[in-house]
Design a protein around this ligand. Structure first.
Ligand code: NAP
Length: 302
């Protein structure tokens, strides 16, 4: 029986683990993939205080090391279901189940897909959701990035470092991304911006050979080797719908206090209703969730 089971080892989950361990609570962190979450998809991080220029992978590794050094137990399994079991919780992960007194959900969000023909069929064969993971396969080739947020612009800049031309395809002519990224993109001659444009189809037999793009002057085919989709995040909380209330967009209904509709269950980071999804806000949420969980456990014992 663990005091706290943390589901997800992104910045929210790993920060929660640091706080829970320092509070003397026995802490299990469940992660079905790699520790770091969305951070691992980020080539360069400039806005996490104290780490002025670092890669997502390097920051993730420092957080992982820190929580393990403090005594968190990393359980490398994907959690399928969590059920209330008297005053405690049963966590099912593969064929095994685990017990905990409190739960922190820190499962993040997943990348939105475009939903156009060819996207799923050519996934990992030129369609990618991670420039930093897959970009080097397309070194020296022409590629495209779709989206107008921080992720799309960071990906476009990263790819411009290794590719001769990067098409940036966005459905509007202004960006959601932070101004300094927009400025850098405008000053990067290898990035070709196509405003008011959408990808209609990803083309290719067994690998991507081009994309069909709808532009204000009609459809055009752009021959290229890869398309990096960066059109935002969607909630991925269906597995917890019986445990906690979700908001209209499928995120876990919880405020900055991280309290959910289920006593003993807390939600931290991108997975909860929040106006800002950043590494620093996820880490702050982890601290809030672990502190709230500790208070909950103390009251339960009293
Ligand atoms: P985002 O900020 O939500 O931006 C998504 C972009 O994709 C928007 O430009 C949106 O267009 C476009 N889009 C959405 N659906 C589309 C569709 N179906 N077809 C075509 N385009 C579509 O997503 P993100 O860039 O992945 O970032 C996610 C969160 O992580 C944000 O909160 C972001 O600030 C944060 N983040 C921060 C950093 C950083 O601080 N360095 C880095 C990466 C991510 P519209 O603008 O027209 O809606």
């Amino acid at each position: 029986m663990y005091d706290i089971a943390i589901i997800g080892a992104g910045p929210a989950g790993m920060s929660a683990a640091v706080y829970a361990c320092r509070a003397g609570l026995s802490t299990a962190v469940f992660e079905g993939e790699f520790c770091g979450g969305q951070m691992l998809l980020t080539p360069e991080i400039e806005n996490y205080p104290g780490a002025p220029k670092t890669s997502g992978a390097a920051l993730a590794e420092r957080m992982r090391r820190q929580m393990l050094d403090l005594g968190a137990e990393l359980i490398e399994r994907r959690v399928g279901k969590i059920e209330k079991n008297g005053g405690n919780f049963t966590i099912s992960a593969g064929k095994k189940s685990f017990e905990s007194r409190a739960v922190i959900l820190a499962t993040g969000a997943k990348r939105r897909h475009l939903g156009v023909p060819g996207e799923e069929r050519l996934l990992h064969r030129g369609v990618s959701f991670c420039a930093v993971c897959d970009g080097s396969f397309f070194k020296g080739r022409e590629v495209a990035v779709v989206g107008g947020g921080n992720t799309a612009l960071e990906d476009a800049l990263y790819l411009a470092g290794i590719c001769p031309r990067v098409w940036l395809i966005h459905r509007r002519d202004s960006f959601r991304a932070q101004a300094h990224l927009v400025e850098r993109v405008k000053n990067e001659p290898k990035i070709e911006f196509l405003p008011f444009s959408t990808v209609v189809e990803v083309r290719g037999e067994d690998k991507v050979s081009g994309i069909l793009v709808g532009t204000p002057s009609g459809e055009r085919e752009i021959p290229l080797a890869a398309v990096f989709v960066a059109v935002g995040l969607v909630a991925d909380n269906a597995a917890f719908a019986d445990l906690v209330a979700l908001d209209d967009s499928g995120y876990i209904a919880a405020g900055a206090d991280t309290l959910t509709s289920q006593p003993g269950v807390f939600a931290a980071g991108d997975t909860r209703t929040t106006p800002l999804r950043q590494i620093v806000t996820a880490a702050a949420d982890g601290a809030a969730a672990a502190t709230a969980a500790e208070q909950y456990l103390r009251q339960k014992r009293a």
